[in-house]
Design a protein around this ligand. Structure first.
Ligand code: SF4
Length: 120
């Protein structure tokens, strides 16, 4: 007669409490990090500072990042994100820009290829 010997899997199953509910930790104020970042960027724009370059918005110019030659696309093949090539680019959402954001003082007219991004 053999005696059952618990395996590491048995120990793991005994302590398993089901799938994790959320991978997004909340801040102390209950706001998600993504929501807090969006609010911070919105506040910067409202105070005349571009969130990507931290430079002043270009006054009197009805242009946006979407028509700027410095706006580039970062892609993993399935999804894409827009970045400004004047600042260090990371894989995180902190360096994402929105095409509709008002232009900063470094705006330069693009070659028109940026227009195709608007469809996305
Ligand atoms: S306007 Fe151009 S230079 Fe300024 S943040 Fe947007 S993409 Fe970058």
């Amino acid at each position: 007669m053999s005696t059952y010997v618990p395996t590491p899997v048995d120990d793991w199953l005994a302590n398993y409490s089901g799938p994790r509910k959320s991978r997004s930790p909340k801040r102390a104020d209950g706001q998600s990090y993504g929501a807090a970042m969006t609010e911070r960027k919105r506040n910067m724009l409202a105070s005349g500072i571009h969130p990507a370059t931290s430079l002043a918005l270009r006054a009197g110019l009805a242009e946006s990042c979407g028509t700027c030659t410095h706006c580039i696309v970062s892609s993993n093949g399935n999804r894409h994100w827009f970045k400004c090539n004047l600042v260090p680019i990371t894989n995180g959402s902190g360096t994402d820009i929105r095409l509709k954001w008002p232009a900063c003082i470094k705006w330069e007219k693009g070659d028109g290829k940026e227009e195709r991004f608007r469809a996305h």
